[in-house]
Design a protein around this ligand. Structure first.
Ligand code: ADP
Ligand code: MG
Length: 310
């Protein structure tokens, strides 16, 4: 772009809440043919609410702890939620915050854990007053030698409702499932359909599981074939490269810390609104509002100024 076009585009963009970083970004936005959305916080509000707490293997007789014969607390919903919330107190993940807030909202007072470890893309592991607690996905339990299969039916039911369901294990035993729900942003569906009308192909990538991802994709109008789920944070950039494998020029739209490498790998990196500083740093374009429809604004501004000012 000429310096004049860059100046005009940048300034019109800024008036519309779209920040372009540098001159050739306008061309790249115009030349984009594929848009890849992160799910959580981008297509959804990211404001998770605890929706379900389920016991998966109730202790029929109260049970006895394997070590030392102490009576273990009866495994009921409060136990499952209190154990999960204690383990999550050390985490700043939106899922963790929803679990802790949900526990407090149900009059529980989860104690802080003695030790806490965050396993990125999988969950948390903590030593709590209830024992050694795991909260997370199937991969987390499996890699700790806990069989998640007794919860399969419960997990699948919650996931097909678009919820993020998490397994809870205590002392190596599966005890229950907690689920959170996130709300799809009002304009997400309109944004996807407007992009598709312009012949852009629209994809979604997420660390969340397949079923939840597909339920959200269906709500916003993204083809199930264009959904990549269970992508680990360190694999998001590879997922973008796979989408771009045949020369596609992808704009990646994301908000999280996890998204920075993917934003950098994409033809255009676009950080959205509430985004973290890390994401904004890695991005070519920042959408000041948290509105996925502003992706179209960015495209229109770049097309408009480049067409008028040569
Ligand atoms: P996203 O791409 O949606 O931001 P993440 O990569 O952060 O997702 O996490 C992927 C999955 O790992 C989550 O859907 C959840 O199952 C599990 N997970 C991550 N962090 C936590 C946590 N603090 N507690 C429970 N589960 C978690
Ligand atoms: Mg995220």
């Amino acid at each position: 772009a000429t310096p004049a076009a860059t100046m005009v585009g940048t300034s019109i963009g800024a008036q519309n809440g779209v920040l372009f970083k540098g001159g050739d970004v306008l061309e790249r936005v115009r030349d984009t043919d594929t848009v890849v959305f992160d799910k959580t916080g981008t297509l959804t509000t990211g404001e998770m609410q605890l929706t379900d707490v389920e016991v998966v293997r109730p202790a029929t007789d109260g049970g006895t702890a394997a070590d030392g014969g102490e009576l273990r607390p009866e495994t009921d919903e409060s136990f499952v939620l209190d154990a999960a919330a204690s383990a999550e107190r050390g985490s700043e993940h939106p899922l963790a915050e929803a679990i802790v807030a949900g526990a407090r909202g149900r009059d529980l007072d989860p104690a802080e854990a003695e030790t806490f470890e965050n396993v990125p893309g999988q969950g948390v592991q903590a030593t709590t007053e209830h024992g050694e607690v795991l909260v997370g996905n199937r991969r987390l339990l499996e890699s700790n030698g806990v069989d998640p299969s007794p919860a399969t039916e419960t997990m699948e039911r919650l996931e097909s409702e678009g919820k993020t369901a998490m397994l809870v294990a205590v002392d190596g035993e599966l005890v229950g499932v907690v689920a959170t729900a996130d709300t799809v942003k009002e304009s997400a569906k309109a944004a996807v359909s407007a992009l598709r009308e312009r012949d852009l192909s629209v994809h979604m990538i997420t660390g969340d599981n397949e079923r939840t991802a597909e339920a959200v994709a269906e709500q916003v109008g993204i083809d199930p074939g264009n959904v990549r789920a269970e992508v680990l944070p360190e694999d998001k950039a590879d997922a973008i490269e796979a989408i771009q494998a045949d020369g596609e020029r992808a704009m990646m739209v994301g908000d999280g810390v996890n998204d920075a490498p993917a934003l950098a790998a994409a033809f255009v990196g676009c950080a959205i609104g509430s985004g973290t500083d890390v994401a904004i740093e890695a991005a070519d374009v920042t959408l000041m509002r948290s509105d996925p429809e502003d992706v179209l604004k960015a495209i229109r501004v770049s097309e408009g100024t480049l067409a008028k000012i040569k």
